[in-house]
Design a protein around this ligand. Structure first.
Ligand SMILES: *Cc1c(COP(=O)(O)O)cnc(C)c1O
Length: 431
């Protein structure tokens, strides 16, 4: 940050010099981390560009039709492009998939039948998926109601997958082994690509036809490879996270083996219809463009997360991942330790936003979640968490999850404002 920027932030936003200096020091310490992240970004940018060119994307692909949505060339090209970029056979990419939960639930409900078993291989699934599976609450239409049984294998100390435990758990009824790549609301590191590769191979070694499914939310473009490129059969995620590049207005994607994606498509639409129908409502242009810039946007967010880690670690907070740890999602967890600090942090992030910067986030009950959640998000796209955001379940030990920022400068400002708000309330040690 040069002198002009420093002075501007100090004078126009009232940021303390001590905070700006801390941030500058943290950035200097992150030089080699940032350089590695830039390398991943470049590789992924050219990978995406290459697939756009091979697919001969042109402006016909931005048009759309009405009614059943037959022969929508844009939709077909977009779905194949997602598959090709991620190294899969087929894809289903729809603005009408309402969120990540819907994309993931469609995979499970599309593939699992009565008597089948699902195994989660990373311990507790993401909050909303616990509701889908039937572990929490009694939501109508959950997997349990359909007679699908469930097991989970907890992670080993240190957050590694219990590969031997997974192998032992797989039995005659096991149809799908699932793995969540991102930390979700857990204080653990995200799964690395080599770990995912080892996991998929281990599952197949016990049962060659078991389906390896990855919840890829927040993981896209954080590495040169993606889970379906290293042995996973299918994966799914949200378009208002990484692969939408901040431009997609809504939607989700599912990519993987063609036979599996076809089955899931009959769940998303209808038996006999599958992926052949479904309107795109003029959204393909922003979905293409979002995918094109996603490698850049994702890495700006990842750098923001690394900065958050460095700044708070320097102040003596426990953070996950650590500043120099490998990053396989865009999330940074900071153990703040009190509800007051969590609220102050989130209020700071909210106050950093271009939209709704003047509102105060408060904890509330959200559908699919069991604890109250506080969410800071002043986004162009409602609920978009590739845009700068912070959230926390209101429960011990009061970790806050910081993510997003479609430009690095903005992610950095989120860190700065969070820190300033904590300091103003006397809630930060060491400042
Ligand atoms: C965001 C997310 C989901 C799905 O959440 P939605 O809010 O429904 O998009 C599922 N798993 C993980 C790991 C996530 O980060």
């Amino acid at each position: 940050m040069n002198k002009e920027t420093y002075n501007y932030l100090h004078e126009h936003f009232g940021i303390d010099a001590a905070i700006l200096t801390r941030v500058e020091e943290a950035e200097a310490r992150l030089a080699s981390v940032f350089s590695r992240l830039d390398d991943i970004r470049s590789f992924n940018q050219y990978k995406v560009l290459d697939q756009f060119q091979r697919a001969r994307i042109n402006d016909q692909h931005f048009a759309w039709n009405t009614g059943y949505g037959y022969d929508d060339v844009g939709r077909t090209a977009l779905e194949q492009l997602f598959a090709d970029v991620f190294g899969a056979e087929a894809g289903l990419v729809r603005p009408t998939i309402v969120n990540g939960t819907h994309a993931l639930a469609s995979v499970y409900l599309g593939l699992l039948r009565q008597g089948d078993e699902l195994i989660y291989c990373n311990g507790d699934p993401y909050d909303t998926m616990q509701t889908v599976i039937g572990l929490k609450g009694n939501a109508y239409g959950n997997l349990r109601e359909f007679g699908v049984s469930y097991k989970q294998v907890d992670l080993l100390d240190g957050g590694k997958i219990d590969i031997e435990g997974v192998k032992r758990a797989i039995g005659p009824k096991t149809k799908v082994c699932a793995l969540q790549r991102s930390r979700g609301y857990a204080f653990r590191n995200a799964m690395t690509i080599p770990q995912i590769e080892e996991w998929a191979a281990a599952c197949k070694s016990v049962k060659p036809d078991v389906i390896c499914m990855v919840d890829n939310c927040y993981g896209e473009f954080t590495d040169e490879k993606e889970p379906v490129g290293v042995g996973a059969d299918i994966m799914a995620g949200s378009l208002i996270k990484n692969p939408g590049g901040g431009l997609a207005l809504s939607g989700g994607y599912i990519v993987g083996r063609r036979d599996l994606v076809d089955k899931v498509a009959t769940r998303v639409t209808s038996p006999g219809i599958g992926g052949e129908c479904g309107l795109t409502f003029g959204q393909t242009r922003s979905m293409f463009q979002g995918l094109f810039i996603a490698p850049r946007v994702t890495m700006d967010a990842v750098k923001g997360a690394a900065l958050c880690a460095q700044v708070f670690a320097d102040l003596g907070y426990e953070v996950c991942p650590g500043p120099a740890d490998p990053r396989n999602d865009i999330v940074e967890a900071v153990r703040l330790g009190s509800p007051e600090a969590v609220c102050a942090f989130c209020e700071g992030v909210q106050a950093a936003a271009p939209i709704d910067s003047y509102v105060t986030p408060v904890p509330w009950d959200m559908p699919g979640y069991t604890d109250q959640i506080i969410m800071a998000a002043g986004a162009f796209v409602g609920g978009s968490s590739i845009e700068l955001s912070a959230d926390a379940p209101m429960r011990e030990p009061h970790d806050v999850f910081f993510q997003g920022g479609i430009t690095y400068d903005h992610a950095r400002f989120g860190v700065i404002k969070a820190l300033q708000t904590l300091k103003d309330r006397g809630l930060v040690k060491g400042l």
